[in-house]
Design a protein around this ligand. Structure first.
Ligand SMILES: *Cc1c(COP(=O)(O)O)cnc(C)c1O
Length: 837
């Protein structure tokens, strides 16, 4: 095309049908994409072809808005949020994109006219599992909210070739299957071969004098690879703003090392290429003991180095100069996984941009903010000094210097308090010397937040107490939230439609406080009936899916009692199991016992190296096996384990729950977000005073929440005075009978040793105080059953739960970050693209 013919801007409207939003335009685009992208026509297309054509049809409409957004963000020099996260658990793109574009209905009609099964097309998508659980899902909800609130943002992360493993259940045990999610191609990403950065490892550092006769440091690495950008557009709901999720893939610096090739070491060169590609190959499971650590550190550095280099490039390309970097960007560290970014920005400013320490530190410190996600001591990241010295010698020098200057400050402020200095040091000196990443993150950031009120309080008073003494103004709370687009509109379209009817339109999905309008109808019998129909329909959908996948029959008449989250001792799935066993024993003792029928449904993955969690999965399935086949139980209760709990399967589960199990030991769950998803969908919660449960209970009203168990203060007390689970075992005959039943071999074909590690741990150590909360939990469960017998009362509580969840939208959380932490403003994009018909 000659220059004269080219449209003035890449966003000039093309032929109207290409990205039109009407049913007719979608139909035409769909058929075109099936032909020109997949090379198929209807009669020979596979389900995957049909999905790909739909995905490209949606994507074309994203790109138009994206290009316009990028132009505006560049020309306006907008202050931009960079979210640094090692994980993004995005969930399927297609349904969410259609909703955010506002064309779900048109797309459905287009599909019907083409005689396609719209639901089947959506089902065909495999989700990108680039995260373990809550932390990665939070990053995904935040990206959704940033775009919806029209805040310019870039999410930086890693394009893992293999995400979180797929879980299968075989003979009751978890079996991990590798997640080859890119196998069929990923229509949602755009490779950027020209956006590439070198990343170095190893070697040594040298001192030299620069042209101005200043002493400087030069890093002479032993190995260099490169990171290449893959961009995924993230569209907001009801807006044309599109933000960028930029994930890095590692590769050899040259596709082959030609020097090595020339001297004949061809295989050596290929080996280097493989080694480089290994870095972004696989997502590490959390909750794992030390293993494969070195590669994980390489991974963390890889992605922060690419991201910081990219931010500097973007800044210098637009506004510059480098001295104003922190005005252009604010960078949020999602836990300590990206904390090396602090040392990396310092290195680039000092060594590459010739800045002096004070100035570089000022910029760095004003750029970063840090979110803490855990209080569990085993989950606080530390890296051996020896490993850093070998892999990142320059960064270790910088960390030492940060530490020295920081500890000088501590010594002046807290005179002659050596113990405090040792506690606060970035370097842990007991045993092997290790870098404490949380300390680096706090010292290098200007704001530090926890993710629920209780959690932030515990951060201030326990793990980071000394830092709070020094800099109280640096600490704050932002309670997590979840995206109502993902977890109501996409997950539970029936409920979404009912809410839209009550609110008059879909505006509630970006202003979730509007859910309050449901309160008016809480006692209205006709509305209650519709509410129950929606719940029952979701339960029926889940039951059909579970029957097909697991062979377990669930009955929508039963109370659906759901615990879905990672399997972890602190989350106490075993407490739930003890209640199931107690219920079973009651039926066995008195088959005529008048019981509320219940389906106990579990979902969740265990880290592959976490033996206790894997045994817990086996126990759940073993108990299910016995109970589901006992004729005396006769279907009154059922136990089911949903395999492969991920976002897509979560979308089936959250809408179908009557009861949400949030039963972690108080003080252990930072926030939880599953708790919010359940409540938004009208489940009632049985829960402890932990994480965001406390705020949820306050919001929905204590009369609408089944509370039980010790609070965090009591837990701390009892642990300090020496907790003895043995006393509970001996003091409570029912508890003892439940544990003894596990040990009897009833659930293990007579094998009395299979579950011993689990029961011995409970009776002798019980670090998460399952036995201490057992009795209170049973009583709360009794209360649940009695309320469930009164449908009008239960439905009222369910409606009120949903109605009062406005606060737990991730939009509210992002608004708080934007105002209190980031100092960023919305920048609305007007794409000129055709809008919803
Ligand atoms: C929300 C979510 C989680 C977090 O659940 P919690 O109950 O907060 O632990 C984990 N995994 C998936 C797939 C989720 O959607």
């Amino acid at each position: 095309m000659s220059k004269a013919q080219r449209p003035e801007s890449p966003c000039e409207p093309r032929e109207p049908t290409r990205t039109g939003m009407s049913k007719e335009a979608l139909k035409q685009a769909y058929v075109d994409n099936l032909f020109f992208i997949q090379g198929r026509f209807r009669e020979v297309a596979t389900p995957h072809d049909l999905y790909m054509a739909a995905a490209y049809t949606a994507r074309d409409r994203l790109l138009e808005r994206w290009v316009r957004s990028a132009q505006l963000f560049k020309s306006s020099h907008a202050r931009t949020v960079c979210y640094l996260s090692a994980e993004y658990l995005l969930g399927p793109h297609l349904a969410k994109t259609l909703i955010n574009l506002g064309i779900t209905q048109a797309a459905r009609e287009a599909a019907e006219e083409l005689e396609l099964d719209f639901t089947a097309v959506l089902e065909e998508e495999e989700e990108p599992g680039l995260g373990n659980g809550g932390l990665g899902r939070l990053a995904a909800c935040f990206m959704d909210s940033l775009a919806t609130l029209r805040i310019p943002a870039i999410g930086y992360g890693i394009r893992y070739e293999f995400g979180i493993f797929d879980q299968r259940i075989e003979d009751g045990w978890q079996v991990e299957v590798s997640d080859n999610w890119l196998h069929n191609g990923n229509p949602w990403e755009i490779p950027r071969p020209k956006i590439c950065f070198p990343v170095c490892y190893g070697g040594h550092t040298e001192r030299y004098r620069d042209a101005d006769d200043q002493w400087r440091t030069r890093w002479v690495p032993a190995m260099v690879i490169q990171g290449m950008a893959y961009d995924t557009p993230i569209l907001g709901f009801g807006t044309d703003n599109v933000n960028l999720l930029r994930l890095w893939k590692s590769e050899a610096a040259e596709s082959l090392d030609f020097q090595a090739f020339n001297i004949g070491d061809y295989y050596g060169a290929v080996h280097a290429k493989i080694e480089a590609e290994t870095i972004s190959k696989i997502l590490y499971p959390n909750d794992e003991p030390e293993a494969g650590k070195e590669l994980r550190l390489k991974q963390q550095y890889f992605f922060v180095s690419c991201s910081i280099q990219d931010m500097i490039r973007l800044h210098l390309n637009t506004v510059g100069p480098i001295e104003r970097f922190d005005r252009k960007f604010v960078a949020q560290l999602n836990d300590t996984h990206p904390a090396l970014a602090i040392a990396e920005l310092m290195r680039l400013l000092l060594d590459e941009h010739g800045m002096d320490w004070e100035q570089a530190w000022g910029i760095t410190h004003r750029t970063f903010c840090y979110t803490n996600h855990t209080l569990l001591p085993e989950a606080l990241e530390t890296w051996p000094v020896a490993l850093l010295e070998r892999l990142l010698p320059r960064h270790l020098e910088i960390i030492y210097e940060i530490n020295q200057r920081f500890l000088d400050q501590v010594r002046v402020r807290f005179f002659a308090d050596d113990a405090r200095v040792a506690r606060m040091s970035l370097i842990g000196e007991d045993g092997e010397r290790r870098v404490r990443m949380a300390h680096l993150a706090v010292v290098g950031s200007h704001q530090v937040n926890g993710v629920a009120e209780l959690h932030s309080e515990l951060v201030r008073t326990t793990i980071l107490r000394d830092f709070h003494d020094l800099w109280p103004e640096r600490f704050t709370n932002v309670t997590n939230g979840v995206s109502p687009r993902r977890f109501i509109m996409v997950s539970n379209p029936r409920l979404g439609r009912l809410i839209s009817e009550v609110c008059g339109n879909t505006g509630w999905a970006r202003d979730l406080e509007q859910l309050r309008r449901l309160e008016e109808y809480a006692d209205d019998p006709a509305f209650q009936a519709r509410w129950r129909e929606i719940k029952t329909a979701a339960k029926r959908d889940l039951a059909a899916w579970m029957a097909a996948r697991t062979g377990v029959d669930l009955d929508p008449v039963q109370l659906f009692d759901v615990q879905a989250k990672r399997i972890h001792e602190y989350k106490r799935q075993h407490l739930n199991v003890l209640h199931i066993i107690r219920t079973y024993q009651r039926i066995k003792q008195d088959p005529n016992h008048d019981l509320v029928p219940r389906a106990f449904i579990f979902g969740g993955k265990a880290a592959p190296g976490y033996f206790a969690a894997k045994l817990l999965i086996k126990l759940i399935n073993a108990v299910a096996e016995v109970i589901n086949h006992d004729p005396e139980v006769n279907g009154t209760i059922r136990v089911a384990f949903m395999p492969d709990f991920n976002v897509k399967n979560g979308q089936r589960l959250y809408p179908a729950a009557d009861l949400s199990e949030q039963i972690s030991l108080a003080g252990k769950e930072a926030s939880g977000t599953g708790n919010m998803k359940f409540s938004m969908n009208g489940a009632l919660t049985i829960g402890t005073l932990d994480g965001a449960n406390i705020e949820i209970r306050r919001a929905v009203g204590e009369e609408n929440f089944f509370l039980f168990g010790m609070d965090a203060e009591t837990v701390a007390h009892r642990q300090a005075e020496g907790y003895r689970p043995w006393d509970h075992y001996h003091g409570d005959p029912e508890l003892r009978a439940d544990i003894d039943l596990i040990n009897s071999g009833l659930f293990s074909h007579g094998d009395t040793s299979l579950f011993r590690p689990l029961t011995d741990q409970l009776v002798n150590h019980d670090p998460f105080m399952v036995l201490a909360d057992y009795r209170a939990y049973l009583e709360a469960q009794e209360h649940v059953s009695s309320v469930y017998r009164d449908p009008a009362r239960w439905t009222r509580m369910s409606i009120l739960n949903a109605a009062r969840m406005g606060h737990f939208s991730s939009d509210r959380a992002i608004r708080e970050y934007a105002e209190r932490i980031w100092a960023v403003e919305p920048l609305p994009v007007e794409s000129g693209a055709e809008t919803t018909p």
